[in-house]
Design a protein around this ligand. Sequence first.
Ligand code: RIB
Ligand code: CA
Length: 308
Amino acid sequence: MDKKVIIDCDPGHDDAMGIILAASGVSNLQIEAITTVAGNVDVEKNTKNALKICDLAGLHDVPVAMGTNRPLIRESLEAAHVHGKSGLDGTGLPEESVKKAADRHAVDVLIEKVMASDGDITLVPIGPLTNVAMAMRKEPRIIPKISEVALMGGGTYGNRTPAAEFNIYADAEAAQIVFASGAPITMFGLDVTHQALAKPDKLEELTVIDNPAAAAVAEMIRFYSGAYKGNFAGAALHDPCPIAYLIDPAIFELKQARVDVETKGEFTYGMTVVDFKGSTGRPPNVRFASRLDQDRFWQLFLDALRSY
Ligand code: RIB
Ligand code: CA
């Protein structure tokens, strides 16, 4: 039975790989919509990149709706030093996409799709949570109708600051709205996404897959690895993690946790404060992905690319 998803993203190389995985022949996901949000680069560029990825992945009938171009409260933040000025540098994708964006705002598409559903749509935010938070505020009735929120963000440590991971740090107020919403959240933070490293041997296996999607992903990994050189054995495939979980949950180990987002701390703004022991007295609100079966993850990812 296909699982309905809406992917909210800021492509971004790893977002692009997540979408390619979700659209592949090994995926049981039915992509209802792709919504874009300001994050890695501005929302216009992220939307342009999402449309190019849809062309590459054959997602001709999936609506792509552009969302918010700035966080709720804080000043805008980007990660062009990781993804390049375009947000998807280093790939030979055409300058212009064939596919055009929908003429609806992402927040309205999120609300419309969830409200019209039977409560069977999973939201997959893999960028800052601004759109999802705005949708929850604009139409709170979506919250009980959201089947699950499988998000990439946060962790017990940070990558943009020592305390905060980029997707949360880019809009901590939005993140706290989502984490406190009561929606069922499965969280893929740095603790697990830093186990999904595109090491040279994996890149080797990938480069022998002879199709345009695999070739584009190889280019993406080569470019994106630059930000990880010297600190990691390969580029971290953050955003494919929640997608892989939705296709094959057995890849991940999950544990209950209470997670709240710091929005006031001078040094800790954007920190996901993770309580595994119930010491806060607040009920668990997250299933926290702590471990990934690397062989199973890479088998899925490579099989996905072979399926194009
Ligand atoms: O910290 C990693 C996250 O920030 C990923 O989603 C990446 O695409 C960037 O958005
Ligand atoms: Ca992202």
